[in-house]
Design a protein around this ligand. Structure first.
Ligand SMILES: Cc1cc2nc3c(=O)[nH]c(=O)nc-3n(C[C@H](O)[C@H](O)[C@H](O)COP(=O)(O)O)c2cc1C
Length: 387
């Protein structure tokens, strides 16, 4: 059997609190601190605790060369080698784990970026539950715990030394920007018009041209910029209430401007999935459509290989996409939101996305704003809500 070390693994010396009933019996709180080496490797998808011997041996094994296990065992501890195979950080040639691990190599991730991406994915997180628990356990308010935030502006010189700029002449664009208010109140009683649904998707994700810049290299021209013109981020949709579109999961085809059905859902199933996608933020669940920007890593990293800025570029692309959803929806008298507090793993599973190939980076949504405000929105200028 031949083995090699996985290409991407990060190891963190970590201290965590653990609970031990025996300590309660002795009269304590049961809590004690554990200091350990915590490894994460994207192809494993769960955290791995290592011994010091395993950490030391990992540092001596080649990630590029396949080695005969018996030869390695004649030089290093067999027990430690076997444990590393068991923990899947040493992958065995031709086995499922090494095939999965090869996908990461072929994708050309920058290791530090991969570590960040894969370590930040959630499954089944309920942010409302977390908030309630925080309130129960915290002795004081959030503000008292955190202290005041840094000031809103960093001032580099005293006011009298600043050069005043002329005011921006109001244009319809200003009016549009003013009306953009993150929506947390959607109208459950109405369906979104198909034309509006379609327009927001086209303006944000639709390709206006496909240009072959070299044989086999096709770039898309869209209404939003994208690093290298690659547009690796595509839209996955959870449709709840759109005229003529059955509730369900879809993929938007940006060149054909068409929906690709993935799974039909009952209204209840759609609501439950929506809740899970946004980590139980109830105020977003009723959005008529959720749009999940999911990036195809290989397409971006094909050009930006093992590149220090590539992952940052992906996340910046998502910023343009989400803002264009906001503005397109607002222009049509609709409303939108974005959230980064999302259950990526639940989303991947629902749409059948392989996390080594494609990853959701946010959840956006849009629809018709309710007539009544039940949840808070940030509208200090009364652009949307009169009072
Ligand atoms: C990257 C990003 C993540 C956000 N995540 C959340 C979120 O998890 N929950 C939420 O209610 N709003 C979220 N928002 C919306 C902000 O709360 C909102 O933009 C802010 O309160 C300002 O309000 P405005 O968008 O109406 O100007 C997010 C916004 C951005 C840009």
């Amino acid at each position: 059997m031949r083995v090699r070390r996985c290409a991407i693994v990060t190891i963190e010396p970590r201290e965590r609190l653990a609970f031990d009933l025996a300590l309660v019996v002795e009269g304590g709180t049961g809590l004690h601190s554990v200091v350990e080496w915590a490894a994460s490797a994207p192809h494993v998808d769960e955290e791995i605790v290592l011994t010091l011997e395993e950490v030391a041996l990992l540092g001596q094994l080649s990630p590029s060369r396949w080695s005969d296990f018996e030869e390695l065992a004649s030089v290093h501890s067999r027990d430690v080698l076997e444990s590393l195979v068991h923990k899947r950080l040493l992958v065995v040639e031709a086995e499922k784990e090494s095939v999965r691990e090869q996908i990461l190599r072929d994708t050309h991730w920058r290791p530090a970026s991969a570590a960040m991406h894969y370590a930040s994915r959630w499954r089944g997180i309920d942010t409302q539950l977390m908030e309630r628990e925080f309130k129960e356990y915290a002795q004081s308010s959030v503000l008292a715990q955190l202290g005041p935030p840094p000031p809103p502006v960093r001032e580099r010189v005293p006011a009298e030394q600043r050069t005043a700029l002329p005011p921006a002449e109001p244009t319809p664009f200003d009016a549009l920007l003013l009306k953009r208010v993150t929506c947390r109140n959607y109208d459950r009683s109405r369906e979104l018009a198909l034309a509006d649904f379609s327009s927001v998707l086209f303006r944000t994700f639709g390709a206006r041209a496909v240009v072959e810049t070299a044989p086999g290299v096709r770039l898309l021209k869209k209404g939003v910029p994208s690093a290298g013109g690659l547009h690796p981020t595509e839209a996955y949709l959870l449709v709840q209430r759109v005229e003529g579109v059955a509730p369900g999961l879809y993929h938007y085809h940006p060149v054909d401007h068409a929906l690709e059905p993935i799974r039909a859902l009952s209204a209840d199933e759609a609501t439950e999935l929506a809740r899970r996608f946004v980590a139980a933020q109830a105020y977003f669940v009723d959005a008529h459509v959720m749009v999940i920007p999911a990036s195809r890593f290989r397409r971006n990293f094909w050009k930006y290989r093992n590149h220090a800025k590539a992952y940052r570029a992906l996340t910046l692309d998502v910023g343009y996409l989400s803002h264009t959803i906001y503005l397109s929806a607002t222009e049509l008298g609709l409303a939108a939101f974005i959230t980064a507090a999302i259950n990526e793993i639940d989303i991947e599973e629902a749409f059948g996305l392989d996390p080594l190939e494609e990853g959701p980076l946010a959840v956006c949504g849009f629809g018709i704003r309710a007539a009544e405000r039940k949840e808070v929105e940030f509208d200090p200028l009364h652009a949307v809500w009169p009072d």
